[in-house]
Every structure is written in structure tokens, then in C-alpha cells.
Design a protein around this ligand. Structure first.
Ligand code: PEP
Ligand code: MN
Length: 347
């Protein structure tokens, strides 16, 4: 932290700021310029910098280190690779996670799992407990939904990612899923973050619709401080003044997350855009921008889907997209995860 004193700060005010910083455990380095005295404070405990800003004679306080430590790039400069069975997230491969918004029936999940797995998805997504904006909307099949996901994933040799909404559901999730998703609405549910921090299971942490990049990394820090370091950050669009699409996809957040943190970054163009015609271009841009994975909603009968049909790709659109993504991944020295079918671009 750097404290710039006012031009008019008295020697007493400067000493009083130094005393306060020392009491807080900081080593203070003083530099007296022609106009301003500048204090460099190193170490110490985490404080609210406004407490220093309010002291008499202080002009401004500049924070120089990030408030998150374990999640910062400096903690693991080489980057985190999360290995689950034969899938690695955060390596050269761009991992495709795909499936319906919500599990509706065994047949529906089986049909979609077959399509997405044939086109290279190695992780099957699907909600069994749904955080719906309206209490009257379909809330998910619960445990039955998790069972169907697991059965389909086993049949097609895939992993399962599904959203856990509260700590009491964790034991159930441990039995059926490989990656626990923390939904955007729960990004700052600190009890839930602490509970999943105790697990030995990877977490897909979605950025909240109005969360800053720093708040998202602090949410990851909550999980990591409990011992669980296998976290993927998911950019799924944020709420801005632009109403045209469901959310505004923050493409620049991908390189920023990757610079600030060592955690793999997954992009969700489905919730970001809310419309299936906009999903492919945003997915392509996300891979070009450095995403380590994609989370995409696919439905065999989107017109009758119980949730998010409008943003779900049809099977043939998914196939077409994965073919294009292979080219884009190659152009940025990446590879779509293995098993991607040789779908034709001309279709
Ligand atoms: C989801 O992935 O099903 C979901 C509800 O996403 P989000 O939390 O990003 O809205
Ligand atoms: Mn959805």
C-alpha cells in the first residue's frame, strides 16, 4: 500500500499515520519529496484502505497487491491444471462441457449426451436443482436428475457437472457428479463457498451477474482457503445497461482472469447471450480469447424444453460449431478436447 500525504500535511499528521500503520503491523518506508511525503507500507494485516484514507493529512491510498493470494497468478505462475480421469482442464486442450439446461427425463439426457459426446464434449452438463427466477418455474428433478446424468455420462464415457445450490445437497452431489457448479446467483453465498472448499472435488465457479473480476477471484479465494484448489472460473455474462441480449458477455474478462489468476477459465456463451443464434460466434470468440473450456446448452427439442430452450443449440448446430472451433483452437495453439468428430464445415 502506498500512502500519498497532502502537500499541507504537518509533521504530526505524518507521524500519526506512520504510528497507525506500525500498530497494524506494517513496515513503513518514508520518502520525502519536494511536494509530497509518500509512505510505502509493506506486510501488515488486511485492512480497509478507507481507514487510512480518512486520517488527517492523507491525500490518497493506492493498493499495490491484490486482496486474493491463493487465487493470484503469483501463487502458481505455471497455471493450474485440473485432472479428472482422462480430462485435463487448463492444459492445451479446450474442454467442451455440454448438455441440457435442465434434466427433464432419462431419455432426454441420453439423447443429448450421445450427440454432444459424439461431437467431442467430455463433460455432460445438466441442472437437477435449478435456481429459477420465478418460484413457479420448473425447479428440477432433484436426485432423480443427478442419477440420469450419471447414467448417461457412464454410458458415453463423460464426466458430469451440475449445480449445487446449498450445503445440505453436497453429500448427494458427491455420489453423482465430478464437478460441482456454483451458479452465478450463488457466487457470493459464502457458506456454500466455505463448504465446497472442504471437498476434494473440482468446482466450476460462475461469475455473478454483477460481480467484478476481483469479487469473483475473492469468491475463488474463499473456496481455496478451505483447501480445495481445483477451481474453474466461468465467465457467463454480466448485467449491463445493454438490454438486447440476456447478459453482456465480458470477453475481455477471459485474458484478465488469466493474467490475474492461475485458475482455468471456462466460457458460457449460452447464459451470456440467451439466444441460440448468438451462441456460436461468442463461443468462437471465447476460444480465440484463451478460454480453457466452454459450457454450452444443447437440446434435442428446444421448443419444448422446460428451461432455456431459446438459448439451447440444436444438435446439428452443435456439430457445426465444434467443427469451427477446431480451426479456431488450432489458430491459437490449442486443441479441442479429444473425440471431436470430423464434422464438415460445409454442412
Ligand atoms: C446454469 O448453468 O444452468 C445456470 C443456471 O447458469 P447461471 O448460474 O450462470 O445463470
Ligand atoms: Mn440454463
Amino acid at each position: 500500500m502506498v500512502i500519498v500525504m497532502e502537500e499541507t500535511a504537518t509533521p504530526e499528521q505524518i507521524s500519526s499515520v506512520i504510528d497507525k500503520l506500525v500498530r497494524l503491523g506494517f513496515d513503513v518506508h518514508r520518502s520525502t519529496g519536494v511536494v509530497h511525503t509518500v509512505l510505502g507500507a509493506v506486510g501488515g494485516r488486511i485492512i480497509d484502505h478507507r481507514d487510512i484514507e480518512l486520517l488527517d493529512g492523507v491525500k490518497e491510498v493506492l493498493r499495490i497487491s491484490a486482496p486474493y493470494k491463493l487465487a493470484s497468478r503469483a501463487f502458481k505462475p505455471e497455471g493450474t491444471r485440473i485432472k479428472i480421469k482422462d480430462v485435463t482442464i487448463g492444459g492445451t486442450d479446450v474442454v467442451m462441457m455440454a448438455g441440457p439446461c435442465t434434466v427433464e427425463s432419462r431419455d432426454q439426457v441420453m439423447t443429448i449426451a450421445e450427440v454432444v459426446s459424439r461431437n467431442g464434449a467430455s463433460v455432460l452438463r445438466g441442472g437437477a436443482f435449478k435456481p429459477r427466477t420465478s418460484p413457479y418455474s420448473f425447479q428440477g428433478l432433484g436426485e432423480e436428475g443427478l442419477k440420469y446424468l450419471k447414467q448417461a455420462a457412464d454410458r458415453f464415457d463423460m464426466l458430469v457437472v451440475s449445480e449445487v445450490m446449498e450445503p445440505s445437497q453436497i453429500p448427494l452431489f458427491i455420489r453423482y457428479v465430478d464437478i460441482l457448479q456454483i451458479g452465478a446467483r450463488n457466487m457470493q453465498n459464502f457458506n456454500l463457498l466455505r463448504e465446497v472448499g472442504r471437498l476434494d472435488k473440482p468446482i466450476l465457479l460462475k461469475r455473478g451477474p454483477s460481480a467484478t473480476i476481483e469479487e469473483t477471484l475473492l469468491a475463488a479465494e474463499y473456496i481455496m482457503s478451505g483447501g480445495n484448489h481445483d477451481i474453474m472460473i466461468c465467465e457467463r455474462g454480466i448485467r449491463t445497461f445493454e438490454p438486447y441480449l440476456r447478459n453482456t458477455f465480458d470477453i475481455s474478462a477471459i485474458p484478465v482472469f488469466k493474467k490475474l489468476s492461475h485458475l482455468p477459465v471456462v466460457a458460457d456463451p449460452s447464459h451470456a447471450t440467451g439466444r441460440r443464434d448468438k451462441v456460436p460466434p461468442v463461443a468462437q470468440a471465447a476460444v480465440a480469447a484463451g478460454a480453457d473450456g466452454l459450457l454450452i446448452e444443447v437440446h434435442n427439442d428446444p421448443e419444448n424444453a422446460l428451461c432455456d430452450g431459446a438459448q439451447s443449440l440444436l444438435p446439428e448446430q452443435f456439430e457445426q460449431l465444434t467443427a469451427r472451433l477446431r480451426l479456431i483452437a488450432q489458430a491459437v495453439d490449442r486443441r479441442m478436447s479429444s473425440g471431436v468428430a470430423e464434422a464438415s464445415l460445409s454442412k
